[in-house]
Ligand binder design. Sequence first.
Ligand SMILES: Nc1ncnc2c1ncn2[C@@H]1O[C@H](COP(=O)(O)OP(=O)(O)OP(=O)(O)O)[C@@H](O)[C@H]1O
Ligand SMILES: [Mg+2]
Length: 353
Amino acid sequence: MTDIELSVQDLHVTLGQNHILKGVSLEVNRGEIVALLGPSGSGKTTLLRAIAGLELPTQGSLRIGEQTVFDSAQKIEVSVEKRALGFVFQSYALWPHRTVYQNVAYGLKLRKIPAAEIKERVQTVLDNLGLGELGERHPHQLSGGQQQRVALARSLVYNPRVILLDEPLSNLDAKLREEARIWLRQLIIKLDLSAVCVTHDQAEAMAMADKVVLLKDGVIEQAGTPQEMYGEPQSLFVAEFMGANNTIKGRIAELDGDFARIEGEGWALRGRLRSSLKVGDEATAVVRLERIKMVPAAKENALRLPLTASVYLGSSWEYIFDLAGTSLRGYGGEAMPPGEHLVEIPAEHLWLF
Ligand SMILES: Nc1ncnc2c1ncn2[C@@H]1O[C@H](COP(=O)(O)OP(=O)(O)OP(=O)(O)O)[C@@H](O)[C@H]1O
Ligand SMILES: [Mg+2]
């Protein structure tokens, strides 16, 4: 027995003339939600389609539970219907002339499941998704959020072990999306499923997932818990993708163990080395917006900077300072007068790439 529900090893996919996935490996444990994150065109949909059996990889292997569903070396290729998977596509379409019930039941009918069993399975999944009362409605009589749940119901009615979701919340507006991602996470846990969920929104990935996998150009750039991805990025790409940052360009002036001094025109800061840099190298310093602090007295890594704007955000204020021609943004609890302020950029949180 193993706890691994989905295992992808060294997967390569070519579409047309393009080598799209270049050796992707990932594992999803039982009950785990993995968010697949990455810029547009990085290969997220292609990876889900290959797992589902809709694209034929050129190399690698895929296992769902105990079943090897693809293996290039052993020439194993299990068809789409025989993989214990549910799939909600990026642009899911409900059948407009069928009711909610019929939309969900359709696939079971095709598979010649007995009518009584279909009725029970459809009703169970509709109840689980809070759609129990809406079975007789047509899609145009539902809200966007309800339609999205029907699409989900359609894939869950097969009782899959693993569900693949491609931007499942992209049709919802921002407010609904924030509620839906919590609801979806709780549903996946309640049904004891494992899930791979594509999103290009890093906040959504962190809120929903146990593990985040960041794809770039068909290769996994980094994978880890949301905390590791946000707090311990291994490259500038990951640091920039995972949060709201200030980036400052400078030159490495001195090395000091895990730290280094970076300098620019009229400023110098201490930061933590996050890649191998030498004295004299051009480097990029990155700090999350929420790490910037205003301090009353001079101290290490506190710069005296002019405040160029103070923006009211409702729950907080955003400050924009000028640091040698680039803007440095931070948050605080009150309006700040224009003029110069002492701004601390803690060395621990200033990452040097
Ligand atoms: N049938 C195809 N033939 C050739 N190239 C394709 C095909 N389908 C997709 N591609 C290319 O493969 C790359 C990855 O596409 P994919 O749809 O997997 O990206 P994605 O990460 O899902 O992006 P998005 O966030 O925009 O949905 C893109 O460069 C795309 O143009
Ligand atoms: Mg896509």
